[in-house]
Design a protein around this ligand. Structure first.
Ligand SMILES: NC(=O)c1ccc[n+]([C@@H]2O[C@H](COP(=O)([O-])OP(=O)(O)OC[C@H]3O[C@@H](n4cnc5c(N)ncnc54)[C@H](O)[C@@H]3O)[C@@H](O)[C@H]2O)c1
Ligand SMILES: O=P(O)(O)OC[C@H]1O[C@H](O[C@H]2[C@H](O)[C@@H](O)[C@@H](O)O[C@@H]2CO)[C@H](O)[C@@H](O)[C@@H]1O
Ligand SMILES: [Mn+2]
Length: 440
């Protein structure tokens, strides 16, 4: 049986140890001969890498492990690149969140002006990874979950249309785990779903069990009461995520014929989000004080002790969708998965060039979209506005256009006036000097 070689781009990510543990837990389904970490921050990556080196030696000593900041070393002889970079790291996420809040607009990692700002940083970083992969391992596939996935996906569609890159998000998976729990099912995979939207901007239209029984009525009854806020075994959900899962009930009330992605909260209730935000302490601060501190603390402890035996780092089961995706390509499993792909008729009454999130059948040749047909006027209107925000952002990056980026921010539902959009843009330009192209 062939064993695969994996490059993890963003080796210094807080998610890297959980993904490595998940890969090691799935070696029977997806054998691995080599794991390489690549990051452009040697110091950050080394802390994670030293711990992962010990974890790999203890659990699967046959796997060759390499960590590097040299693209040629990282991208040569790989079958899959698992990409999760954050250009500008948490320091810039904090600015993305706090700058709009100073102007009374919500500050969020992937939505509104913060997401646009992050997109303007990510495009160059992800395109660089695609180019390294194609130069050093032209047959490899990139499984990309670097955010903001909607903008990154549109940028790769425009700039590298023939590249073997699959863009995927774990939010629907996280929500489906909660749906399965609400229904008393063993696994989210017991559900067959229909879904349409843009990344972090979508709706479930149909959910059935494997026998074809409609599960939507039972789910809707529960979501109307608690949103998606149900306890998940083995998961200690943070308060801010619980707020988001609960708020889904208000999002659901706007269109009770579908079930919403939690991210729609930012577009339908921006006033609520601003009122419930602390402009001096945002989600970036919570993540730095929580996940980042925990993961880096555990990694340092593993390196000091020389063993991972007592470590609290845990398998990121949730991330096993990455193995499902790699297996679909490697073994032609024809797995049904939600991916961010060019519409091309999958949503029949929507822009054929839009990057949409729809169920696909994934095999060795990549994804085949499952047609979702016509979508209702309400969602169509919202999506046309949002996809224009994403397309204008990518055009602004390509052309170096101040005007287009101002239009993108103005068009976001989260921003009430062009004057406010301009003020936010000018502050974001100042903060992103090191990362954005020069805008004229
Ligand atoms: N698609 C999804 O559903 C999903 C889910 C979770 C996280 N994410 C994304 O995963 C990424 C990682 O998140 P995190 O919170 O662990 O961030 P993190 O800051 O801990 O890790 C990101 C790493 O990327 C590195 N990096 C930045 N620019 C780079 C470049 N140009 N080349 C190589 N490496 C680079 C950084 O040095 C850092 O080590 C983010 O993009 C996040 O938004 C996506
Ligand atoms: O604020 P963060 O950094 O904790 O999370 C932002 C990311 O949120 C989503 O991923 C979630 C996932 O859906 C949730 O169930 C849980 O497992 O954590 C994940 C990561 O924190 C979203 O899909 C990502 O795109 C965001 O980056
Ligand atoms: Mn996501």
């Amino acid at each position: 049986m062939k064993k695969f070689s994996i490059a993890v781009a963003g080796g210094g990510s807080t998610f890297t140890p959980g993904i490595v543990l998940m890969l090691l837990d799935n070696l029977d389904k997806f054998p691995i001969r080599q794991i390489k970490f690549y990051d452009n921050d040697a110091e950050r990556q080394e802390i994670i890498a030293k711990a992962c080196d010990i974890i790999i030696k203890e659990k699967a000593p046959d796997i060759n492990f390499v960590y590097t900041t040299d693209p040629e070393t990282a991208f040569t002889d790989v079958d899959f690149v698992m990409a999760h970079i954050r250009v500008g790291k948490y320091a810039m996420r904090e600015k993305d969140e706090k700058i709009p809040l100073r102007h009374g607009v919500l500050g969020q990692e992937t939505c509104g002006p913060g997401g646009i700002s992050y997109g303007m940083r990510s495009i160059g970083g992800v395109i660089e990874l695609v180019d390294y992969m194609e130069k050093y391992s032209p047959n490899a596939w990139m499984l990309n979950y670097s955010n903001p996935a909607a903008i990154v996906a549109e940028a790769t569609r425009r700039l590298r249309p023939n590249s073997k890159i699959l863009n995927i998000c774990d939010m629907p998976i996280g929500i489906e785990i909660r749906m399965a729990e609400m229904l008393g099912l063993k696994s989210r995979k017991d559900m067959v779903i229909r879904y349409f939207g843009l990344n972090h901007f979508g709706w479930w239209t149909d959910i059935r069990d494997k026998q074809g029984n409609d599960l939507m009525p039972a789910l809707k009854e529960k979501v109307a009461k608690v949103g998606y806020n149900v306890p998940i075994e083995g998961e200690n959900t943070e308060a801010s995520w619980n707020d988001t899962f609960t708020k889904a009930k208000d999002v659901f009330a706007i269109d009770p014929t579908t079930l919403p992605n939690t991210y729609l909260k930012y577009y339908f209730f921006p006033d609520y989000v601003v009122e419930h935000s602390n402009p001096n302490h945002t989600r970036a601060n919570e993540v730095m004080e929580g996940r980042e501190k925990f993961v880096f603390g555990e990694c340092r402890a593993i390196a000091e002790k020389g063993t991972a035996k007592d470590s609290k780092l845990h398998v990121d089961d949730h991330a096993s969708y990455i193995v499902d995706l790699a297996r679909a390509i490697a073994y032609d499993t024809k797995e049904r998965m939600l991916l961010i792909v060019e519409n091309d008729g999958a949503i029949s009454n929507f822009d054929s060039t839009a990057m949409v999130e729809v169920p696909c059948i994934v095999g060795s040749n990549g994804p085949e979209k499952i047609v979702q047909g016509k979508i209702p006027q309400f969602q169509k209107g919202l999506m046309e506005q949002q996809v224009s925000v994403e397309k204008l952002t990518v055009e602004a990056w390509i052309e170096g256009s101040y005007q287009k980026l101002w239009q993108a921010i103005t068009l976001s539902r989260t921003v009430s006036s062009a004057k406010v959009a301009k003020a936010i843009l000018d502050d974001l330009i100042e903060a992103n000097k090191e990362f954005w192209p020069v805008l004229k």
